[in-house]
Design a protein around this ligand. Structure first.
Ligand SMILES: Nc1ncnc2c1ncn2[C@@H]1O[C@H](COP(=O)(O)OP(=O)(O)OP(=O)(O)O)[C@@H](O)[C@H]1O
Length: 255
């Protein structure tokens, strides 16, 4: 973690999500600070996706609260959360495949600037918009692919673009939901330093099944089992935690 890491960006207090008799989130407390990559791991069905949906605002908790930058956002819409600086990287679904990488990012920058009602012709003449889009393309490692039509990118590059689209909202906190999914080892290896660099400016919540990536990237790891936090700590603490080892027996190998 770096020097900015004492600033709490996200705080979950006694969060509960109940589906009938099932507690998918069971009285969960969690903090994420600026400058931190905080990974959330756990066996299948532990409640990781349910948790990230509550943070992004896609689903409402049954009880408990979510604070972002000190403000209670529990009842705030997903759209408003993005405006407040809470971005989620979706899995490819919001890429315009027929547009170039640059145009995709430029559209996302334009949407953030609140000028989404302006028409394309005006947007293309906006140099500052494209300068910013180009810089974001560089941040996610796509500088050499900036003019490629997004649909022609390799899978891993599309994931990089997804992160770029989330960055275009100028997030304070970025939710990354399985950024390595479907990637080969070379593609993951390329994405790891890009994600690591992001945390210089912002906080990152990372959900990822690739344990090598998690243990390389995370400053702290929270382990969920059946909706409950069984451990939070540095990668070393988590690696050596007997409860965690037990929870992972028969599941994905822990690094
Ligand atoms: N809409 C829903 N209705 C009922 N039960 C649900 C719903 N969504 C999730 N669950 C249940 O909540 C629990 C947590 O699911 P969740 O998908 O959050 O786990 P996960 O840790 O993300 O799992 P995976 O690693 O397999 O993606 C599971 O038992 C799941 O069946």
């Amino acid at each position: 973690m770096n020097a900015k890491s004492t600033e709490t960006l996200l705080e979950l207090r006694h969060l509960v999500k109940r589906y009938g008799g099932l507690l998918a989130t069971d009285n969960l407390d969690l903090t994420v600070t600026r400058g931190e990559i905080h990974a959330i791991i756990g066996p299948n069905g532990a409640g990781k996706t349910t948790l990230i949906h509550q943070i992004s605002g896609a689903i409402a908790p049954t009880s408990g609260s979510i604070l972002f930058n000190g403000r209670d956002i529990t009842g705030v819409s997903m759209h408003e959360r993005v405006k407040l600086g809470l971005a989620r990287s979706y899995q490819i679904t919001n890429i315009f495949k027929e547009y170039s990488v640059l145009d995709n990012i430029a559209l996302a920058v334009q949407a953030r600037r609140g000028s989404s009602m302006r028409f394309w012709q005006q947007a293309v003449s906006d140099k500052a918009l494209f300068d910013e889009a180009r810089a974001i393309g560089g941040q996610v490692g796509l500088e050499a692919r900036i003019d490629v039509i997004a649909g022609n990118l390799a899978h891993g590059e599309q994931r990089q673009l997804e992160v770029g689209l989330a960055l275009a909202t100028l997030p304070k906190l970025l939710l990354l939901d399985e950024p390595m999914a479907g990637m080969g080892p070379d593609e993951s290896a390329r994405l790891i330093p890009l994600i690591r660099n992001l945390r210089n400016e912002i906080g990152v919540v990372l959900i990822e099944h690739d344990m090598d990536a998690v243990f390389q990237l995370a400053d702290r790891i929270t382990v969920l089992v059946a909706g409950r936090v069984i451990a939070t700590g540095t990668p070393d603490q988590i690696r050596n935690d007997p409860e965690v080892k037990k929870a992972y027996l028969g599941d994905e190998a822990i690094a």
